[in-house]
Ligand binder design. Structure first.
Ligand SMILES: Nc1ncnc2c1ncn2[C@@H]1O[C@H](COP(=O)(O)OP(=O)(O)OP(=O)(O)O)[C@@H](O)[C@H]1O
Ligand SMILES: [Mg+2]
Length: 274
């Protein structure tokens, strides 16, 4: 039986349940067309626990998307071991869903049919309970009254909310999000961040979030993994011990300010401004 992991923080010792996903000394190499080899990840160790929001931050090219693709089963490690529920990653493991930077809705289907699209592909039909689940999800993000609209009638933020509902409709255990709010304006982004916190509070999903925004990572996460520049490996793992529920006002909390500064210091070496 897996032994719960202990981790010390400044103030207390945290006892965790067994990890849902374990990346154990994972390396990924890509052979490029000019015959050279790129090391995208180098001996990466990371455990993801059930029900947590874990953010990956780090410089461009450090292997954040590669890490998500590994967990999604779109890529195999060159070295090392990926374990889910303590076992090997099963082929066709379908308990993972991904949300990308752009919503990629199907323009010829209305909002509800877009949300239900994975159900139609998997089951070939749409059972009543899936229909109800899709409507519940749209309601959770404030779009229940837009169910019959076409994607072109929606703003960018609304479209991304629909994409998030689509990713949740098959009730995955793990939601992988790759810069999901990166294409949105600042105010819409803040709204979607709060939406995501609400979805997490209601569904208890395990969420692995890639973001270039340090403040977004701190606002949303239980832990933040800081990755080093390529080849990517884990540089620092920070516990975000800011009370919940977090709101639009959380960024003025002194602990928020000090944690964002800690992460900034990890990523950027101090350089004189000329
Ligand atoms: N299919 C591929 N073939 C060759 N090199 C690749 C491939 N996919 C990724 N890489 C390289 O692996 C490294 C990590 O890429 P990855 O996309 O994971 O970075 P990232 O941290 O997500 O970057 P960004 O923040 O810019 O999105 C990069 O140097 C990239 O060029
Ligand atoms: Mg990326």
């Amino acid at each position: 039986m897996a032994i719960p992991e202990r981790q010390s923080t400044q103030s207390c010792e945290i006892i965790r349940p067994p990890a849902l996903i374990d990346l154990n000394k994972i390396s990924v190499y890509f052979d490029t067309r000019d015959g050279s080899r790129v090391t995208a990840l180098s001996s990466l160790n990371l455990s993801i626990y059930p029900g947590e929001i874990l953010s990956l931050v780090g410089p461009s090219g450090c292997g954040k998307s590669t890490t998500l693709r590994l967990i999604a089963g779109l890529l195999k490690p060159s070295e090392g071991e990926l374990r889910i529920h303590g076992g090997e990653r099963r082929k066709g493991f379908s308990e993972v869903a991904i949300v990308f930077q752009r919503p990629t809705l199907l323009p010829w289907l209305n909002v509800l049919r877009n949300v239900l699209y994975p159900v139609r592909v998997l089951k070939g039909r749409i059972p009543g309970e899936d229909h109800q689940q899709a409507m519940r999800l749209l309601d959770l993000v404030g779009l229940a009254d837009m169910a019959t609209k076409m994607p072109r009638e929606l703003s960018g933020g609304m479209q991304q909310r629909v994409a998030i509902c689509r990713s949740l409709v098959l009730d995955p255990k793990v939601l992988l999000m790759d810069e999901p709010f990166g294409a949105l304006d600042a105010l819409t982004r803040e709204d979607l961040q709060i939406d995501l916190l609400r979805i997490h509070a209601e569904t208890g999903k395990t969420i692995l979030l890639v973001t270039h925004s340090i403040s977004e990572a701190v606002l949303l996460s239980d832990r933040v993994a800081v990755m080093s520049a390529r080849p990517g490996r884990l540089q620092e793992l920070l516990e975000i011990d800011i009370p919940k529920p977090r709101t639009h006002n959380t960024p003025s909390d002194p602990r928020f300010v000090s944690l964002t500064q800690d992460i900034r210091d990890q990523i950027f070496e101090p350089r004189p401004v000329r």
